[in-house]
Design a protein around this ligand. Structure first.
Ligand code: IVH
Length: 711
């Protein structure tokens, strides 16, 4: 103990090993506090010279006693200037999200769906684990040879941010594991307890620093600090509930795997239970809901997972969620307030969205002043099929309304109290022209939404499209965010995405103009041109997503990119599909994960003259990188078109299709000259006959399983 104080006064050369250890701990603490004061609070507590001297002393001690260097050593921390951002990490196995359920009936349906997929009878045993859904942020920890080598946030599920230095500061995260598989990725949730959150906010407020709206934001803000000494000063915790890449299985059940994680030294949730079916799951849900207020940390529901890992593997995934798990969410939080105004926002695809401007109110710990009103029917008290909602009560400006907030989703106006309606409140009339460009706003048959017909002529649509184009998951051009796009659009410098890539050419000399603008200097202007230059080379999937075509999200874009490989092949196929029929159209619809709505929207966009011209103008400036097909090297059926017919006895049709597609095969519903292989079970009829006529190879289920190595 006395070493701590004694050591501080001694020269580096005079320290004993024990004193050096204590001194390194003291320096980590002092420099940590200094960093926090400097970076987070903008209130340096020591001079730069003092800071540098302490850092040099720390480095000197480390040089003398290399073995004593701490995991959170100040030498490894980012110095006075924060780094540009976190390095990116590609997850070796994607980090997925969960499908949501709200009603009890959704849970019985979940069980039924799984049984159907697996071909299990109603009475066959099927166990699930049930555990709280922690309201934090997910983290993947990679251990190699038992050593923590990397920690990454989920990011978009495929690429996250490298937060290793920060994760090392979390006490619940072991630095080293005994008897772990050679490669082990542990996944779980970083969160902050209520007590720690309150204390942190009190500390922040006392220093005049920014406070956090809720523990989740506190946890996210603390983990995503470029300076890990700040994270170290924040009270973060971690629950492990899953895994990514493992060199040897942790167990053959979910429960066993979680127990194994606990025995390796991770915190696992003590409320995790094994349940034998939907009734037991619902009983456990009720138990957790009861306990919710006393847990001391935020949870937003309960997660159910199929316990048998072999069954999990058979069930696999939909595009972003596993088939073997579901989140049963708690009902949302509610509050009442005044509706001050209804504004209409025009989105990227022209949708007119009514937004409620509210007298600010706290809903579940978050101050809400805007909420969605969905569409005109919703305001009028009707659902999109003309049925009555809220007993037919309409919503008027001035009304006393109920606001509803579930987790991260946008708050909604749920109800209205007619007894508090001000006299003279008028029925809200939804605009039939676009408030931004005056074009007609049309509501098509069967569509709940009214849309501005102005297309790119509508400044709101054009700007929203541009904002989407430069957003993080799209072109992600550094220095060109929503604010800059709005400025450039207003100034007439860019009207469509392609214009971004001619900015420098058009304004090369106009650099002068740019740098004279508020917020721009020569350096930032040049940086912007460099950042744009860098994005001339873009992966196919990202480009497609960036175009902002309705219904074509990030996952779908990547899926389509992987399917067509090259941009040129894809655009030719879009031309071929323009009539919504023929082989190119069928091919698009045949992609697992592409439905008719998406396909129509996509093909429609490429067939629309203005839109297409704008896309082609853009692509002229780009090098589109081909998308790699999923790694099916070694798969005997990669690229083959397979048809299943008759009764399959060892797997269901859905499972067979998913498995074949995972191996790179295309699964088609009908036999044609393009079919490579027919898998025929008992009772196969006309398809088998046609295959024989066409001379197509036919195998039975066992031969198929042997072929793909699943026998
Ligand atoms: S399992 C493949 N278990 O909820 C599915 N997730 O809404 C992996 N979460 O991204 C997730 N508690 O960040 C799982 N006990 C729990 C969880 C949990 C919180 C988070 C996780 C996930 C999100 C999905």
């Amino acid at each position: 103990m006395s070493d701590t104080t004694e050591g501080a006064d001694l020269g580096v050369e005079e320290l004993t090993e024990a004193q050096a250890r204590a001194e390194l701990a003291r320096l980590a603490q002092v420099l940590g506090t200094a960093n926090t004061a400097y970076h987070t609070d903008d209130a340096p507590e020591i001079s730069d010279a003092e800071y540098d001297a302490l850092k040099a002393r720390n480095a000197g001690i480390e040089a003398r006693f290399p073995d004593l260097k701490r995991a959170d050593s100040p030498s490894d921390q980012v110095g006075a200037t924060p780094a540009e951002g976190f390095a990116k990490v590609r997850h070796s196995i994607r980090m997925l999200s969960l499908g949501n359920a709200f009603e009890d009936a959704d849970i019985t349906e979940f069980d039924t769906r799984i049984r159907r997929y697996l071909g299990l009878g109603e009475d066959a045993p099927l166990a699930y684990t049930s555990e709280p859904k922690i309201d934090g942020l997910s983290l993947s920890l990679r251990y190699e040879g038992g050593e923590l080598v990397q920690a990454a946030t989920r990011g978009d599920g495929e690429v996250g941010e490298n937060v290793t230095a920060n994760a090392r500061t979390i006490a619940d995260i072991p630095e080293r594991l005994e008897d772990a598989p050679a490669v082990l990725e542990v996944r779980g949730e970083v969160y902050m307890s209520h007590e720690d959150f309150d204390a942190l906010n009190a500390r922040q407020a006392a220093r005049g620093a920014k406070t956090f709206a809720n523990p989740r934001n506190g946890a996210a803000g603390s983990l995503r600090q470029l300076d890990s000494t700040i994270t170290a000063a924040r009270p973060l915790r971690f629950f492990a509930y899953g895994w990514g890449e493992v060199s040897a299985p942790l167990s053959d059940t979910q429960m066993g795997a979680v127990e194994r994680l606990a025995s390796l030294g991770f915190s696992t949730n003590p409320l995790t239970r094994l349940c034998d079916g939907p009734a037991a799951l619902l009983a456990h849900y009720a138990e957790i809901e009861q306990a919710r207020a006393t847990l001391g940390y935020d949870i937003d529901g309960v997660v159910y997972k199929v316990d048998d890992l072999a069954l999990q593997a058979r069930l696999g995934f939909r595009s972003t969620t596993p088939r073997w798990a579901i989140a049963h969410k708690f009902p949302a939080e509610l509050a009442w307030t005044r509706l001050e105004a209804i504004d209409i926002q025009v989105g990227r695809t022209g949708a007119l969205s009514p937004v409620a401007r509210l007298t600010p109110v706290t809903v579940g710990g978050v101050v809400v002043s805007n909420a969605t009103l969905h569409n005109e029917d919703y305001i009028a008290g009707r659902d999109s099929k003309g049925g009555v909602i809220r007993d037919g009560k309409d919503i008027r400006v001035g009304d006393w309304v109920q606001v509803y907030r579930a987790g991260d989703v946008i708050p909604k106006v749920a109800d209205v109290d007619l007894s508090k309606r001000p006299e003279g409140a008028e029925v809200y009339v939804f605009p039939t022209t676009c408030p931004e460009c005056g074009s007609e706003a049309v509501r098509e048959e069967g569509d709940a939404v009214r849309r501005c017909m102005g297309g790119l002529v509508c400044p709101a649509q054009a700007v929203e499209k541009l904002k989407h184009f430069v957003s993080r998951a799209a072109f992600d051009i550094e220095g060109l965010g929503a604010k800059q796009v709005e400025q450039f659009y207003r100034d007439g410098w860019i009207a469509e995405p392609g214009d971004i890539f001619t900015l420098q050419e058009r304004f090369g000399s106009g650099l002068q103009q740019l740098k004279n603008r508020e917020g721009w200097g020569e350096k930032s202007a040049n940086n912007l041109f460099d950042a744009i230059e860098e994005k001339r080379k873009i992966p196919f999937g990202r480009l497609l997503f960036a175009l902002g075509i309705r219904h074509v999200g990030e996952q779908a874009s990547n899926l389509i990119a992987r399917n067509y490989g090259r941009w040129e092949e894809f655009t030719a196929a879009m031309d071929g599909a323009a009539g919504f029929e023929g082989p190119d159209w069928e091919r698009l619809l045949g992609i697992d994960g592409v439905g008719e709505v998406l396909a129509r929207s996509l093909v429609g966009a490429f067939a629309e003259d203005n839109e297409r011209t704008s896309i082609d103008r853009l692509v002229k400036h780009l090098t589109v990188e081909a998308a790699a097909a999923p790694d099916t090297s070694g798969s005997p059926v990669a690229g083959k078109t397979v048809v299943f017919t008759g009764t399959l006895e060892k797997m269901t049709r859905a499972e067979a299709k998913a498995r074949a597609e995972a191996l790179g095969a295309k699964v088609s519903g009908s036999v044609s000259a393009r079919t490579d292989l027919l898998v025929a079970g008992p009772g196969a009829g006309s398809k088998a006959k046609k295959a024989t006529e066409l001379g197509i190879e036919t195998v039975d289920e066992d031969e198929w399983l042997a072929l793909i190595g699943d026998a």
